[in-house]
Design a protein around this ligand. Structure first.
Ligand code: ATP
Ligand code: MG
Length: 1064
């Protein structure tokens, strides 16, 4: 399909392709009578119908009019799939169908925003009601729906079974014959609420309007026409009363029937036995009852409403069973059973009702008189009551349904409407009465409307547009309409006059009056006025009307009564007093006080038809013409005579002739050009010249053949729908490509502008960022220049007192000194390096240096071991004693002091034994120089806690208590000689001891510590004097030399030469 659409461009090739597709579907006959070869032949017309009917193709078009033949069997053509197939598709694309008509109206309503109506006509049993139901179902299924819409859809659909139960009956022609006319508006929320105010119709609506356009059915309204009330009291043989009576009796629950006083047997009721046909095989009253009960609740009837309604229905049956007897010629009621039921069911006073059913109230000279009725009068009063009650209840029912279908949203009244007219078709019976007169009058009016809307206006338009055209001969039935409805002279006026006239007016006087008034009318004949041939076919009480559809004889019997439709005043009064709420609304008390006679039935009907014509004229019509194939309700049978008759009175041949002669479609040049200009490069996007020329160019480009169209003064006329449809198709395809182009253009535009926006944004960000960077750089440069300038200035002023010119420089120097210092602090206590501070920081630098040193010392101290501490303490003491005083001291510094130079094995055990418990603290091998001759002798010096002991191998040669040690002398040279001075008066001692140790610094330090004689060590230059035994004095001379030499000098002194190790 899509593929096919894409190929459709307005060219001959494509046109040919589409037409061939059409023919393929037209296998059986033609699907549009317009395509009939011999279109003037009725026989060819009927043959086409027959061929198609045989193949179950019940639908055929005459242009846009749908002809439908009742199949009398279920065809599988009403499924959801079928509905979908017709949805939004052009007429000619699919085979003819009632759904196509429905869809076309729906789309026209949407695109042209014009209210639509679908007129369904045809005789009884032709399938009008079924067609209207199919249309309703189509809308219910295919239109968009919300929850609220679903309720309305349900109510629209469910109004049918209810109205059919109360308004349909089995007749000889149709088992479900509608006995009333029905016009139903379906309201769609299609119009834009304020579009008419804010936008011109030529400019497209803004998108948000489109969103509001749902196209959903939002409500409905029903107008009913002339219910056949006479059926309530009388039915012809083989016919029934309205379905509801049988449904109630068959389907009503036992309790309900008991309450209503009814028996489950229709034969018990006088109003149900007249036709002698209580049961019909095609009707299941029991299941229909259930359907109706459910439908009532869907429509919104509550239990009370239903109860009151059924009370009325039962009451009608009871009224029918009221039996009269005669008493002195006056009617009386023989049994009060019915009266009891009636008074209970209707809530009326039984006595008053009984009186009203047997008497007539007469008001004479302002006085009310009760005049008894005779049997006949009483029966007709009773029947009038039944008819009035049923008739008014039916109207109430329609109003009630209307209330439930009413458009819910009051603030949003602007809707579009599709009207469905399902009204009785032309009727010709053996005996035709007032009802047939009204019905046929209605059909004359509809024909007139059809003529108005199609034939006449069409021809007038061609003339106005200057289109050459052969006028089609058609019969204008206005003359018959006038005959019926003209004021004063028309049949209705004459009938009314007879009804209102005082004196003994009767149906026969009415007939005479007709003869006198309209006797000369070409469409009116009576027995008296007719020629001999006609006279044979007419009764004396009949008049004949030559309707557009055929001749009908009407029997005048009952015309006056039916037209008067009178209900005696006292019966009206009783009904006004009823406690039944429905009757209360049906019988208005104001009616009683209203002195004016109510309009007669015919006048009311005439007025309602006039209104209906007005409604239909304001809408765009579509037609469904229903045809009944046979009188026996049989599938397959195709009764040619019957069908020819229907083809004739439905005016189908005329219809076809006009179609063929005329043009299917016309549009003003500007509208046509505006719509299709995109199909031609010369007219797209704008046509500069005259609109007519534009259209001519356009159709030429589209390849219209001369016979397909005509150009009028202001409009183009297109003869065949398919020409237009192919143009529409081409537009549809074109729309796609235009839309694609627009989309592409728009996408390009939006992408470009997006890109431009991005670009501008990027550029501004870049510029902004560059600005920031440049400003930052400039600032830095400025700051740098400032700094350099201040630096230079500071440098120049650096020797001045702190002043603004040099403070930066000074601070900088200070800062950089501190930063440098922080990075170059001495690593350990021996590291004496320290950056040179600027002048201003000399003091602080010194403090810092000390702090740093203290800190290092402190942390060093924290880290040293007790042994090392002891070592250092000894070294400290050594330093205190010898530093800068003895030449070999520096050499001793790096050498560690040991705890002892002699271990246990170096000492003789005897020595150790001699020492006893005295603990030895230090031992060192020494050389002792004799006091005499200074002979060198190897000895060991042991230090205990209390004395220094000199040991010669195994013997303790000398013990010097530390208390006796007067002092120690040593030279300042690098030799190892030292003298321990002891008191000279001590005999135990043999004088001072001269010793030599290789570790003189260590040995002396140990002695000084052990004896606590640190300050008693004398370091001498040149020579040391010491005491020999018995107070004699010895001298040791020290001289620096190249190598150590100890020898007795000639002067008796001990001469020591020691090499100089450190230059001083
Ligand atoms: N399209 C159809 N498909 C099958 N059966 C149909 C169709 N149309 C009508 N019928 C049959 O024909 C019967 C009569 O149709 P319908 O009631 O619509 O006639 P009508 O034209 O409304 O008659 P009336 O004027 O008496 O109301 C239906 O009950 C149904 O059985
Ligand atoms: Mg019907």
């Amino acid at each position: 399909m899509e593929n096919r659409r894409n190929q459709v461009v307005a060219s001959d090739g494509v046109r040919a392709m589409m037409e061939s597709a059409l023919t393929a579907r037209d296998r059986v006959g033609v699907q549009d009578f317009v395509l009939l070869e011999n279109y003037t032949s009725e026989a060819a017309f009927i043959e086409n119908l027959r061929k198609r009917f045989k193949e179950n193709l019940i639908y055929t078009y005459i242009g846009s009019v749908l002809v439908s033949v009742n199949p009398y069997k279920d065809l599988e053509i009403y499924t959801k799939n079928h509905m979908e197939r017709y949805r939004g598709v052009n007429f000619y694309e699919v085979s003819p169908h009632i759904y196509a008509v429905a869809d076309n109206s729906y789309r026209s309503m949407r695109t042209e925003r014009k209210d639509q109506c679908i007129l369904i006509s045809g005789e009884s049993g032709a399938g009008k009601t079924e067609a209207s139901k199919k249309i309703l179902q189509y809308y219910a299924v295919t239109c968009p729906a919300s929850e609220q819409v679903q309720t309305i859809k349900d109510r629209l659909l469910q109004s049918n079974p209810v109205l059919e139960a109360f308004g349909n009956a089995k007749t000889l022609r149709n088992d479900n014959s509608s006995r009333f006319g029905k016009y139903m508006d379906i309201q769609f929320d299609f119009k834009y609420p304020s579009l008419t105010h804010s936008c011109s119709s030529s400019s497209p609506p803004p998108p948000w309007y489109l969103l509001r356009r749902q196209g959903a059915p939002m409500g409905g309204h029903i107008i009913n026409y002339l219910l056949e009330k006479s059926r309530v009291v009388h039915q012809n043989h083989g016919e029934r009363n309205f379905h509801i009576f049988y449904q109630l009796i068959e389907g009503g629950e036992e309790d309900l029937l008991r309450r209503l006083g009814l028996e489950r047997n229709p034969q018990q009721y006088q109003y149900l036995v007249k036709g002698n046909c209580p049961k019909v095989s095609s009707i299941n009253d029991r299941s229909d009852w259930k359907v109706v009960r459910k439908a009532l609740s869907v429509i919104g009837f509550n239990e009370d409403d239903v109860e009151e309604l059924l009370n009325i229905i039962a009451s009608v049956l009871h009224v029918g069973n009221v039996q009269y007897g005669a008493e002195d010629g006056n009617a009386c009621i023989t049994s009060d059973t019915q009266i009891k039921y009636l008074s209970r069911l209707l809530g009326v006073n039984g006595t008053v009702l009984t009186e009203a059913l047997t008497h007539k109230k007469i008001i004479a000279k302002g006085e009310e008189l009760m005049s008894p009725l005779n049997l006949e009068q009483a029966s007709s009063a009773r029947d009038a009551l039944a008819k009035a009650v049923y008739g008014r209840t039916f109207t109430w029912l329609v109003n009630k349904i209307n209330a439930s279908l009413a458009y819910a949203d009051d603030s949003y009244k602007n809707y579009s409407v599709i009207g469905l007219l399902d009204i009785y078709g032309f009727e010709v019976f053996q005996h035709n009465s007032f009802e047939q007169f009204c019905i046929n009058y209605c059909n004359e009016k509809l024909q007139q409307l059809f003529i108005e809307l199609t034939l006449k206006s069409e021809q007038e338009e061609y003339e106005a547009e200057g289109i050459t055209w052969e006028p089609v001969q058609y019969f204008n039935n206005k003359i018959i309409c006038d005959l019926v409805e003209e004021k004063f002279k028309g049949i209705v006026s004459i009938l009314d006059e007879e009804c209102l006239r005082p004196g003994d007016a009767s149906d026969i006087t009415f007939l005479e009056k007709l003869e006198n008034t309209v006797g000369g009318h070409p469409h009116f004949v009576t027995h008296k006025l007719a020629d001999a041939k006609t006279r044979k076919l007419m009764g004396r009480e009949e008049f004949r009307l030559l309707h557009y559809a055929g001749e009908v004889n009407y029997n005048v019997n009952g015309f006056l009564d039916k037209n008067n439709d009178l209900l005696f005043r006292n019966l009206k009064e009783v009904m006004c007093m009823s406690e039944n709420k429905i009757l209360n609304q049906c019988f208005n008390r104001e009616e009683l006080s209203d002195k004016k006679r109510p309009d007669t039935a015919a006048t009311q009907f005439k007025a309602s038809l006039a209104k209906l014509m007005e409604i239909l004229m304001s809408k765009e019509p579509s037609y469904v013409r229903c045809i009944k194939p046979n009188d026996s309700k049989q599938a397959v049978r195709f009764d040619e005579v019957l069908i020819r008759h229907q083809v004739k009175y439905l005016g189908l041949m005329e219809n076809l002739r006009v179609r063929r002669a005329g043009f299917a479609y016309r549009r003003r040049y500007e509208v046509f050009l505006q719509r299709y200009k995109s199909l031609c490069p010369d007219t797209w996007p704008t046509w500069q010249g005259k609109q007519a020329d534009g259209v001519a160019t356009l159709v030429k480009h589209l390849g219209y053949k001369p016979e397909e169209y005509k150009l009028g003064r202001s409009k183009i006329f297109i003869r065949f729908p398919k020409t237009l449809f192919s143009t529409e198709e081409a537009l549809e395809t074109r729309k796609h490509s235009i839309a694609t182009k627009l989309q592409a253009g728009w996408r390009g535009y939006s992408q470009r502008s997006k890109y431009q926006k991005l670009r501008t944004a990027a550029i501004s960000i870049q510029a902004w960022w560059r600005g920031i960077l440049a400003r930052r750089r400039a600032k830095r440069r400025r700051q740098a220049a400032d700094t350099i300038r201040r630096f230079i200035k500071g440098f120049i002023y650096r020797h001045k007192d702190r002043c603004p010119e040099n403070e930066y420089f000074l601070d900088y120097v200070r800062f950089s000194f501190l930063m440098k210092l922080h990075r170059n602090l001495p690593k350990n206590v021996l590291d004496k390096s320290w950056p040179t501070p600027p002048a201003a920081l000399t003091e602080a630098s010194e403090h810092l240096r000390k702090l740093s040193m203290q800190n290092m010392v402190w942390s060093y101290c924290k880290k040293i071991s007790p042994e090392w501490k002891h070592q250092l303490e000894q070294k400290m003491i050594a330093s205190e004693i010898f530093k800068d005083k003895k030449d070999n001291y520096p050499q001793s510094v790096p050498k560690l002091f040991v705890s002892t130079r002699l271990n246990g094995e170096d000492l003789n055990p005897k020595v150790l034994q001699a020492l006893g418990t005295e603990k030895m603290k230090y031992a060192v091998p020494v050389t002792k120089y004799d006091r005499k001759g200074y002979k060198a002798r190897p000895r060991q010096l042991l230090l205990t806690s209390s004395s220094a002991v000199i040991v010669e191998e195994t013997k303790l040669k000398q013990r010097i208590d530390y208390g006796d040690l007067k002092g120690i002398s040593v030279s300042s040279l690098s030799d190892g000689l030292f003298v321990l001075h002891v008191p000279s008066d001590d005999n135990k001692q043999k004088g001072d001891v001269v010793l030599q140790s290789d570790h003189v610094i260590e040995t002396l330090t140990k002695i000084a510590i052990c004896s606590d004689k640190i300050h008693s060590i004398n370091i001498n230059q040149g020579s040391i004097k010491f005491t020999l035994a018995q107070g004699k004095e010895g001298i040791i001379d020290f001289t620096p030399g190249s190598e150590l030499l100890v020898a007795k000098a000639k002067n008796g002194h001990l001469s020591v030469t020691a090499p100089r190790l450190n230059s001083r």
